[in-house]
Design a protein around this ligand. Structure first.
Ligand code: GLN
Length: 540
């Protein structure tokens, strides 16, 4: 069986697009008939991304098996339609934890355990395990961070050892950034040259450079990079900023990046398919229809950049919903805390044709979110509340429609008698013992829908399997009261009777889901709830 590995590393700075590059490489190789998988290696000592703040690390992506991973796994799924699981996510924390566990179990048989080679060997074992689990012929491994960082060294060492053992089976791609200072008007190659030198000191020579920048790479700079970085000019791939990331596979194919990788790995094309997303990109570029969608959230503190990272799958899923309706999205970022200061200024919300209220944790900003939800509910604005958004919609409804003055969530007030959202008994001990890592209700669970509900009609199915990540949940004690007042429970988990979906009876589209539909939305196959939200938004 073919077992090839492509390492994707970053030069010059982080956030150059290694995730999209790795996803696109996987997608274009898949289009030649090869079975691929992707792995993300995060340099953090964290065991997973579950305990990291979204403004610190971006969204926590949840796999169907419940892995709480880096957001890049979301890109891998969206670009390749491959399902990611725990094996596809490796962190420094996992690696050290396993090495130490083995040492305690005498599995090193009395040898001293050394950082090198025992730590790189564990990294290699994990990479090979992910390949084996998914039966992939080509495995694309992305290293987080940037070459030259101290913490990436043991991962580079693992890659170097793999290359020595099987030189024909390993390729390296360095995704680098070429700054274009406005006062010069030309792209500068020197930082990339230094990055390649840095990679060389780790004993690795990249086979390809993906040259990221605001503009396309010109021939002069391509030659400079080839000469100074010791690679063929044809192995420097230009990757300018594009209108949509789904253009990138096509952009790579136009430069024969796919054929060149296959050649480097000694493979031949098995079938010739179009670049993934070609038709979609045409649609995105030609459509004139546009809809304004607001995201009312609380992870906005450090500007637009962080915002996009914190809610990346939600943002993508809204776009998919738009494209399914031949419409592009004009996003409006609405910081919920604003409604705590300007109590009656809902003008931003009123400009939007639909609102999404995404997941979150902790009390800060929630009074503002609930004020916004009340306005949305009373003014028939199409609304999708996700996880925390659903929980706050329930609390708001209990407070203002049911007149339970102190209605709250156990997350904010663990002693309250009016917990519309309470803590599942299985979670009480975790909270008491400070066991926060990997202990939420995670991963895929079944949800059954009520006949004739808006949600059931949107799915066009009596049930679905959706991904979860929460510790708190709707308190069934309030089921009858809330239903009598007009908020219907239209989705439950059949095993536990846990409330999964609520919707308002007298509203064009007001749906709250305890799960995260955004993780299962695909560019060419929008999640039914996002598709419906935009469809209704376009009509109202
Ligand atoms: N904080 C809430 C809970 O733990 C919601 C979580 C979320 O939005 N993912 O239940």
């Amino acid at each position: 069986m073919i077992k090839k590995f492509i390492f994707v590393v970053g030069g010059v700075m982080s956030s150059v697009g290694k995730g999209v590059t790795s996803s696109s490489i996987s997608a274009i190789l898949k289009s030649h008939g090869y079975k691929t998988t992707n792995i993300k290696c995060d340099m953090y000592v964290n065991i997973d991304a579950g305990t990291i703040r979204p403004t610190e690390h971006g969204e926590v992506f949840v796999g169907s098996d419940g892995i709480e991973a880096d957001q890049d796994l979301g890109n891998y799924e969206r670009f390749t339609l491959n399902t990611m699981s725990a094996e596809n996510y490796i962190t420094t924390g996992q690696v050290y934890q396993e090495v130490i566990r083995k040492e305690r179990n005498l599995e090193y048989k009395g040898e001293d355990v050394e950082v090198v080679p025992d730590v790189p060997n564990e990294i290699i074992r994990r990479i090979k395990n992910a390949q084996k689990t998914s039966n992939a012929e080509i495995t694309i491994i992305e290293f987080g961070g940037t070459i030259g960082e101290y913490q990436v060294l043991l991962f580079l060492e693992a890659a170097r050892i793999m290359k020595i053992a099987n030189p024909e089976d390993i390729a390296f791609v360095m995704v680098s950034y070429l700054p274009l200072p406005t006062y010069l008007g030309e792209m500068k190659t020197k930082p990339t040259q230094y990055a390649m030198r840095s990679l060389n000191t780790a004993g690795i020579q990249a086979d390809f450079i993906v040259a990221r920048g605001t503009k396309s790479l010109d021939d002069k700079r391509r030659q400079i990079l080839a000469h100074t970085c010791n690679i063929k000019a044809g192995s420097v791939i230009s990757a300018p900023d594009v209108k949509t990331i789904y253009e990138i596979p096509e952009l790579y194919k136009k430069q024969n990046f796919d054929e060149k990788i296959l050649e480097t790995l000694g493979l031949e094309s098995r079938e010739k398919n179009k670049a993934p997303f070609e038709d979609l990109v045409k649609k995105i570029k030609s459509t004139k229809k546009i809809i304004k969608v607001g995201i009312v959230g609380k992870y906005f503190k450090t500007g637009d950049f962080t915002l996009i990272d914190s809610y990346i799958s939600v943002i993508e899923a809204i776009k998919h919903g738009g494209w399914a309706n031949n419409t592009n999205i004009d996003f409006m970022w609405i910081d919920a805390e604003k409604f705590e200061k300007d109590k009656n200024d809902f003008s931003e919300i009123d400009q939007c044709s639909a609102i999404v209220c995404p997941g979150g944790f902790g009390e800060r900003g929630t009074a503002g979110v609930m004020r916004a939800i009340q306005h949305i509910r009373e003014n028939n604005i199409p609304f999708l509340g996700i996880c925390f958004g659903m929980q706050l919609a329930c609390v708001e409804f209990a407070k203002n429609a049911l007149k339970i003055k102190n209605a709250t969530s156990a997350e904010f007030n663990p002693k309250s008698k009016d917990q519309i959202i309470h803590v599942n008994p299985t979670q009480t001990k975790n909270i008491k013992d400070n066991k926060y890592g990997g202990t939420m209700r995670l991963g895929s669970y079944k949800v059954e829908f009520a006949q004739e509900s808006i949600t059931q009609k949107a799915y066009n199915s009596p049930e679905a399997s959706e991904r979860h990540r929460h510790r708190y949940e709707f308190n069934n004690k309030y089921k009858y009261a809330i239903e009598n007042a007009g908020m219907k429970i239209v989705g439950v988990n059949p095993e536990t009777n846990l409330v999964e979906v609520v919707e308002l009876a007298n509203h064009p589209f007001f749906v709250g889901v305890q799960y995260h539909p955004e993780f299962k939305s695909h560019p060419e196959n929008a999640h039914p709830l996002f598709k419906k939200l935009i469809e209704v938004g376009l009509k109202t």
